[in-house]
Design a protein around this ligand. Structure first.
Ligand code: PFF
Length: 472
């Protein structure tokens, strides 16, 4: 009936309170933590990167995560699981729908390339298991293996028969989880995958931390020096705009904040489910994986064995070249390599399903074609998008282009729009009340003012700097 009170729980819902926390943490913890973060830190001077990084975490990352948890649950109870409806219920303006459309397109576009790298991780895990990656300590051998594996040829297509099967298997797993639904699919998978990831990553971490100084002709390159590369702060870098951009961008990417992903997940929550502590917990789990596991494994390892210094490592170089080299020089490297790439694959799956689910929810809501229909349409979109990137790309170039326009440019626009919507349209009084419905902790009041004034100003400054530096 029209005048029925709003329901206390949405139509589709999480099975448990810990379920939604693990699902959001699963979305956050991914290739960004283990490959992108160390790569960004290395390229931006190690310790120099960490100060802007933590400032961005406090000013943008965690507050925006709270916003998304709050408005997602709010919109969900009004009957919406996808961004156009959620935004429209927060901001009564025609324009809200179009912003919402952006929040569907961004995760979908990221999926197109993310799933490709996810499949490579599965392929590398299998190759380690089968002993195909015992290539000795010749640095070039791993580059050649990578090119052969992804099928990079002179046309630049990233494709080979082997990659096709692995990609198909990865797609199958992703779409099966979406089709099963948030509780039976995503939640169940995360409950198994995340503890497994902790165990696997800690095994590799212990191995790296106990290496000492294993390179005979470079005794100065020990674990301590490797850690120092990341942790010795460099205050000069605070004056460098690019470092700030990179740090803010990494925070968004890593926390999955600003993508329309967290609002989708939290829209399946019940009215009295906590969002304040949940948002903080999921963000903290992400930081644990990123700083304590991703950074502390990858940077010292690459530093010790390869002597890399700032600026010499790309994300791909790190993941598929430096680390295999590292494993090659350790006793039992094959098994550490297997553990590492299995962990990466699990982390990537729990992230990529979070990019698909908002699109799935949108298709279901907009087209009214039911669950199977929406999954089928999504599958066609996924195959077309990933296929385009894999077949017609100029090597890895297209990845960078998409990462730039979607992963950075559009993302800033959406994040800014979202925080303005919360602070100025929804309003921080209402926002603060909503944030504390069912809350297990109190979010300090200054966070609301931070969200209204400081976060948008910070975003605008960083975004302007970004445009000045990158646009023609
Ligand atoms: N946070 C994920 C990672 O660190 O790998 C990546 C990601 C997930 C980005 C979901 C965007 C997104 F919508």
């Amino acid at each position: 009936a029209i005048d029925a009170p709003p329901p206390d729980s949405p139509a589709a819902a999480w099975g448990s309170r810990i379920g939604v926390i693990l699902a959001v943490a699963g979305s956050a913890v991914g290739l960004g933590n283990f490959l992108r973060f160390p790569g960004q830190a290395a390229q931006n001077g190690g310790g120099a990167f960490m100060i802007p990084y933590f400032i961005s975490l406090l000013i943008l990352g965690i507050p925006l995560a709270w916003v998304e948890w709050t408005i997602g649950r709010y919109g969900g109870l009004k009957g919406f699981n996808s961004a156009p409806g959620i935004y429209a219920s927060v901001w009564r303006n025609r324009f809200a729908k179009y912003l919402g459309a952006l929040a569907v397109l961004i995760p979908l576009s990221i999926y197109f390339y993310y799933v490709l790298i996810e499949a490579w991780c599965l392929g590398y895990a299998i190759d380690y298991l089968m002993g195909n990656l015992n290539l000795g300590t010749d640095v070039d051998a791993y580059g050649d293996h990578f090119n052969g594996f992804v099928g990079a040829n002179e046309n630049g297509a990233l494709f080979s028969g082997k990659t096709l099967y692995i990609l198909a298997a990865t797609f199958a797993l992703n779409f099966f989880l979406i089709w099963r639904g948030v509780d039976k699919g995503i939640e169940t998978f995360c409950k198994i995958a995340i503890p497994a990831m902790v165990v696997l990553a800690v095994i590799v971490l212990i191995r790296v931390m106990t290496l000492g100084a294993p390179v005979a002709d470079a005794p100065e390159r020990d674990v301590e020096a490797g850690l120092g590369f990341m942790w010795n702060p460099d205050f000069k870098a605070l004056l460098n705009g690019e470092t700030w951009l990179a740090a803010a961008g990494q925070i968004f990417f890593s926390l999955s904040v600003g993508f329309g992903v967290v609002i989708n997940y939290s829209s399946y929550m019940k009215r009295r489910d906590d969002v304040a502590l949940s948002g903080l917990t999921a963000s903290s789990m992400n930081e644990f994986f990123e700083v304590c596991l991703g950074g502390m494994i990858t940077l010292p390892a690459a530093f010790i064995f390869l002597g890399v210094s700032a600026g010499t490592l790309s994300t791909f170089g790190l993941g598929f070249n430096a680390l295999p080299n590292v494993f090659a020089q350790m006793p039992g490297g094959q098994w550490f390599g297997f553990a590492w790439f299995t962990m990466l694959f699990l982390a990537a799956v729990t992230s990529s399903v979070s990019m698909l689910n908002p699109v799935f929810a949108f298709l279901e809501e907009a087209l009214q074609i039911g669950r199977n229909g929406a999954v089928a349409v999504l599958l066609v979109l996924g195959i077309l998008g990933t296929g385009t990137i894999a077949f017609f790309s100029e090597g890895l170039m297209v990845l960078d282009t998409v990462d730039f326009w979607i992963g950075t440019f559009a993302l800033f626009v959406l994040a800014l729009a979202q925080v303005l919507m919360y602070g100025w349209a929804f309003g921080i009084e209402k926002g603060e009340r909503e944030m504390h419905v069912g809350a297990h902790i109190r979010v300090p009041r200054f966070v609301q003012y931070l969200l209204k004034y400081v976060s948008p100003a910070f975003l605008l400054i960083v975004f302007t700097a970004f445009c000045v530096q990158n646009l023609p």
